[in-house]
Design a protein around this ligand. Structure first.
Ligand code: SF4
Ligand code: SF4
Length: 439
């Protein structure tokens, strides 16, 4: 194992609260009677529905066609009948079309698995499978995986870096996957290396997951896999590509460039497992592991959930709430999105569902900026959050853009550390939206 490392600029140390679920094995939830499958579950333009009310669908059937380069196909997670195509609000505030499907439980049951031998497949065929089966980044960014795995002409991938960091507090789904599906994740990593023609594979894991590191190390040794484990110090937002690459390969992505510009392709653990299942079993991205946690959940846990399952169903699987939650979040507490409607469906990017108590979500009274500079120290992108906030507040969007507002990852480090409890991340989001609108 390599020497422990981390990134250098900024970062914070929120309490991780992973103890609530890190020992909870992944439990498969039954498919509900009705599911709702949004056509926008990825970065980029929504997919275009190719089914209509009354149509019968099969499990794994493509029901939405990718509508652009940065878009992804959508598949039906079940067999059944389309009841309607409706519009709904997603936790990120976007409105999207969705297929409401009445489930035929018998026809949706899991059947025998296809077992393709990936070592006999050529890289283009593998990338095509990843595209056709709608695989996207599952750590939250939901970037279409086939785009990542297509190295542009003139560029060269030297490293595949697997993101096993899971630095968001509460979330443990990747941790559990590394413990329970370790060999498949390692094989998925080698598949990605084959697709992008990279020679080095490194898995970055924070040191609060020693059991996951040990498990992967053991499997690597047993099978002589050409993979290295890079232990990392605990620091948020180490799971971001920029910080992860600095911590694992010591190289930094410059503003406006991509990992491939420094010879790297990054994939998170959940996506790597989905890549394995797509290539080996021809399985589309129709289910995922979700951590359900927070002080207001009676029995927190990790669940394998059919995409489109209402969040209410997974809350019920945890025996409901122990108290009325003060805040519901889809994703982690630092970068996730607050939502109210418990009928909101689980999507490809739903890494967690959190029900936080008042004590956990307490923000405190907002006051004026005291110019302490803590947000500047904490910003991993080297920005000046306080100045950006003040300019956005005054609608000086051009000035904010000139101060590299677009480099903001919305990681929340500045808001976390701010003693004045200013809504810095919301302000960055507003600034970006208004600048785009103006453009
Ligand atoms: S949210 Fe943006 S401005 Fe704030 S710390 Fe993160 S990158 Fe910096
Ligand atoms: S941390 Fe908050 S109070 Fe301190 S300078 Fe930044 S915005 Fe102002």
């Amino acid at each position: 194992m390599r020497k422990i490392s981390t990134f250098s600029k900024g970062g914070v140390h929120p309490a991780d609260r992973k103890d609530l679920t890190c020992t909870k094995e992944i439990v498969r939830l039954p498919i509900p009677e009705i599911i709702t499958v949004p056509f926008s579950q990825h970065l980029g333009v929504p997919a275009i529905p190719n089914v209509k009310k009354g149509d019968a669908v099969e499990r794994g059937q493509k029901i939405g066609d990718a509508a652009g380069f940065i878009s992804a196909d959508i598949h039906s997670p079940v067999a059944g009948k389309v009841l309607e195509i409706k519009e709904l609000f997603l936790p990120n505030g976007m409105k999207a079309k969705a297929a409401v499907i009445e489930v035929d439980q018998e026809r949706s049951a899991l059947t025998g698995k296809i077992e393709n031998d990936w070592t006999q497949m050529d890289p283009q065929e593998m990338v095509a499978k990843v595209k056709d089966l709608g695989i996207v980044g599952m750590g939250g960014a939901t970037f279409p995986a086939n785009v990542k795995f297509t190295v542009p002409k003139g560029k060269k991938a030297e490293y595949v870096v697997i993101n096993g960091v899971e630095c968001e507090p509460y979330l443990t789904s990747d941790h559990r996957l590394m413990l329970e599906k370790g060999d498949k994740i390692l094989q998925g990593s080698m598949m990605i290396a084959k697709m992008v023609d990279a020679k080095k594979i490194i898995i970055g894991i924070e040191k609060n997951k020693p059991d996951a590191m040990d498990n992967l190390e053991r499997l690597i040794e047993q099978n002589s896999y050409p993979i290295e484990i890079q232990p990392l110090k605990l620091k948020y937002p180490q799971g971001d590509e920029k910080q992860l690459l600095k911590a694992t390969i010591g190289k930094e992505i410059q503003s406006g460039t991509l990992p491939i510009d420094i010879g790297a392709v990054v994939s998170n653990v959940g996506s790597t497992f989905a890549v394995y299942e797509a290539i080996t079993n021809d399985k589309p991205l129709i289910e995922r592991v979700v951590t359900v946690s927070g002080g207001a959940i009676k029995n927190p846990g990790n669940f394998l959930v059919t995409i489109g399952t209402p969040i209410q169903t997974i809350i019920d699987a945890c025996d409901g709430f122990s108290e009325t939650p003060d805040k519901m979040i889809a994703g982690g507490p630092m970068m996730g999105f607050g939502f109210y409607d418990l009928q909101t469906p689980v999507m490809k990017g739903t890494s967690g569902v959190l029900a936080l108590t008042k004590k956990e979500s307490i923000k405190g009274e907002q006051s004026a900026c005291i110019s302490c500079g803590r947000c500047v120290q904490a910003c991993p992108m080297g920005l000046q959050p306080t100045k950006l906030y003040k300019n956005i507040k005054k609608a000086n969007y051009d000035t904010a853009m000139a101060m590299n507002l677009l480099d903001c990852k919305e990681c929340g480090c500045c808001a976390f550390i701010c003693p004045a409890k200013l809504p810095l991340v919301q302000s960055m989001r507003l600034g970006k939206r208004m600048s785009r609108k103006k453009k």
